[in-house]
Design a protein around this ligand. Structure first.
Ligand SMILES: Cc1ncc(COP(=O)(O)O)c(C=O)c1O
Length: 489
C-alpha cells in the first residue's frame, strides 16, 4: 500500500524521542551504576561542599540548546557539576536539619513509578496504584492508632503539604466558608511550614496565636487554655490547634492527651505534626513518647524523613476520610467519566493535587522487601546511638549537653566553663559558631548550629543508619583539634 492510501506520513509520524532498546538499556545501566556507586561510596565523599552562585553559574549556565548532545556526555556533566557539588544528606556525617538516608529499594521503586508514569489520581486510570495507596495508608493509620474503616490518608509531596492539607480541612470542617473570626494555635517551636500554610490559607496575623513554649520547648497547656478561652470570650472562633510530635529544633513532644481534652471541649480540630518524630512510633520508646497522637483529628507523617524514603513523600492521616472529600472534592465535566463506584477511591478527591505520581509504590516495596522489622531496628539503633553519644558529651570535659537526646535529636556545645573556666556566654556563642563554620567549610561534617534559649549550640539529628559512634567520635576529635588550634591559650 502506498502512503497515500494508508495516510502514513513518515515526516509527521516520526517520534523524535525514540531510541533503540540497546541505547535505552545502556543509559539505564549507566544510571544504575552511578546510583549504586553513590550508595556504596557515600561515606568517602564530602558530606557538604560550599559552592558560590558565581561558580555554579559558570559551571551550568548556557542558552537552551536546539540540537542534541550525546546522553553520556550530558550525564557526565550532571554527575560532575551537580552531584559532586551538592550536600549529601545521606552521608553518615551529615548531622544537620533532618538528614535523608533513603534506601535503595525505594530508589529503584521510584524509578519504576516514573518509568510507567501511572496517573495516581483516579481509580479508573490506575486501580492498582489506588489500592496500594489505600493499603499503605491503612498500614499507617493502624500504626498510629487511627480508625482504619472511617479513617483515611494520602501521600503528598512532604510535611509542608500535609500540614497545609490538614489545616484547610480543619478550617472547612469547623468553620465552613466564613473564617473571618477563626483563630489557630501552636507553640513557638512549631515548624515554619505551619505558619506558611496559614498564610496560604489567607489567615490574618491577628488570627494566629503563637504560644511561648515551656522550659522543655513544649506547648504549655495552661497558656493554651487561657488563650483559647479568652478568644472564645471575645467572640472569636478557635478552630485549630497544631501539636508537635517531635519539633525540628529539639524533638520536643507536646502534651498530646491534654491538648486533645482541650480540643474536644472546645470543638477544635487537633492536628499533630509528626513529620519528623512519627516513625519512632515503631518502637516501644517512641510509642511511649508519642502517646496521644492516636486521638488527633489529623496527623502529618513524613516518610522521606525517618521512614527512609527518597523525596518527595509526605503523608496526611485523618480520623474521618469524609472530612477530606468534603473539603476537596470537585466535579469538573471533563472528569465525569472517572468518578467510578463509591468504594473506588479517587485520590484527587482527598487533597489539592489532581495529577499525582505513584508515591505509594516506594513505600510499599521497601516495607515488603526489608520488612517493618528492619525499619524498627534502624530507629532503635538511632535512639540508642543518640543516648550513647549524649552520655559521651556528659562525660567529657569541654562539652555540655544543652538539650538531651529526644527522638535521636540532641543539642550540645563547647563549654569548658560548665566544668571549670570562665568564658562568657557571648564568647561561647562565637566559639561554637566558629567550630560549626569551620567543620562545614572543610567538608568534614555537616554540623550546623541552632539557637536554644538564644544560645548558639550545635545540633545533631542522628537518624542515618550509616552513622556510627566512630563517626561521632571522629567529628568530636576534629572539633577538639580546632579548639586546640584556635581557642586555647
Ligand atoms: C516537624 C516538621 N514539620 C514539617 C516539616 C516540613 O516537611 P517537608 O520539608 O517535607 O515539607 C519539617 C521538615 O523538616 C519538620 O521537621
Amino acid at each position: 500500500m502506498s502512503s497515500k492510501t494508508t495516510g502514513a506520513d513518515p515526516e509527521i509520524d516520526a517520534n523524535p524521542f525514540e531510541l533503540s532498546p540497546a541505547e535505552m538499556k545502556a543509559m539505564g545501566y549507566r544510571i544504575i551504576d552511578m546510583i549504586v556507586e553513590h550508595s556504596v561510596n557515600v561515606a568517602d565523599k564530602r558530606p557538604v561542599t560550599q559552592v558560590t552562585r558565581e561558580e555554579m553559574d559558570w559551571l551550568l549556565q548556557e542558552p537552551m540548546p536546539e540540537t542534541s548532545t550525546p546522553f553520556m556526555e550530558v550525564l557526565d556533566h550532571v554527575n560532575k557539576n551537580i552531584f559532586d557539588s551538592s550536600a549529601h544528606l545521606d552521608h553518615p556525617r551529615f548531622y544537620s536539619f533532618v538528614p535523608s538516608p533513603n534506601n535503595i529499594v525505594s530508589t529503584l521503586a521510584d524509578s519504576l513509578a516514573t518509568g510507567f508514569n501511572l496517573f495516581s489520581g483516579a481509580w479508573v486510570s490506575s486501580p492498582g496504584a489506588a489500592e496500594l495507596e489505600m493499603l499503605t495508608t491503612n498500614w499507617l493509620l493502624r500504626l498510629f492508632g487511627f480508625p482504619v474503616l472511617e479513617g483515611g490518608g494520602l501521600f503528598v509531596s512532604g510535611g509542608s503539604m500535609a500540614n497545609l492539607t490538614a489545616m484547610v480541612t480543619a478550617r472547612q470542617n469547623i468553620l465552613g466558608d466564613d473564617f473571618s473570626k477563626g483563630v489557630v494555635y501552636w507553640s513557638d517551636q512549631t515548624h515554619s511550614s505551619v505558619e506558611r500554610a496559614a498564610r496560604v490559607m489567607g489567615l490574618r496575623k491577628d488570627q494566629i496565636r503563637i504560644i511561648e513554649s515551656d522550659e522543655q520547648f513544649r506547648l504549655p497547656i495552661d497558656r493554651l487554655k487561657n488563650t483559647v478561652e479568652q478568644d472564645a470570650k471575645n467572640g472569636l472562633h478557635p478552630f485549630l490547634v497544631v501539636g508537635n510530635a517531635g519539633t525540628t529544633n529539639t524533638a520536643a513532644v507536646d502534651p498530646l492527651y491534654r491538648i486533645n481534652t482541650l480540643c474536644r471541649h472546645h470543638k477544635i480540630w487537633m492536628h499533630v505534626d509528626a513529620a519528623y518524630g512519627g516513625a519512632a512510633i515503631l518502637c516501644p520508646q517512641g510509642k511511649a513518647d508519642l502517646a496521644g497522637i492516636e486521638l488527633a483529628d489529623s496527623a502529618t507523617i513524613d516518610p522521606h524523613k525517618w521512614f527512609f524514603q527518597p523525596y518527595e513523600i509526605g503523608c496526611l492521616l485523618v480520623r474521618d476520610s469524609n472530612r477530606l472529600t468534603g473539603t476537596f472534592r470537585t466535579q469538573p465535566a471533563y472528569l465525569r467519566d472517572l468518578t467510578g463506584a463509591a468504594e473506588e477511591i479517587n485520590f484527587y478527591d482527598f487533597g489539592i493535587q489532581l495529577t499525582r505520581r505513584f508515591r505509594a509504590l516506594k513505600f510499599y516495596m521497601s516495607v515488603k522487601t526489608y520488612g517493618l522489622g528492619a525499619f524498627r531496628k534502624s530507629i532503635e539503633n538511632s535512639l540508642a546511638l543518640a543516648e550513647k553519644f549524649g552520655q559521651w558529651i556528659n562525660d567529657s570535659d569541654n562539652w555540655e549537653i544543652v538539650t538531651p537526646p529526644s527522638l535521636a535529636v540532641l543539642t550540645f556545645r563547647f563549654n569548658p566553663s560548665a566544668k571549670s573556666s570562665s568564658a562568657t556566654d557571648r564568647n561561647l556563642d562565637a566559639i561554637n559558631q566558629k567550630l560549626s563554620d569551620r567543620i562545614i567549610a572543610e567538608g568534614k561534617a555537616m554540623l550546623a548550629t541552632t539557637l536554644v534559649n538564644g544560645r548558639t549550640v550545635l545540633r545533631m539529628c542522628l537518624i542515618n543508619p550509616r552513622t556510627t559512634m566512630d563517626d561521632l567520635l571522629s567529628t568530636m576529635a576534629t572539633l577538639e583539634s580546632y579548639v586546640d588550634e584556635e581557642f586555647s591559650n
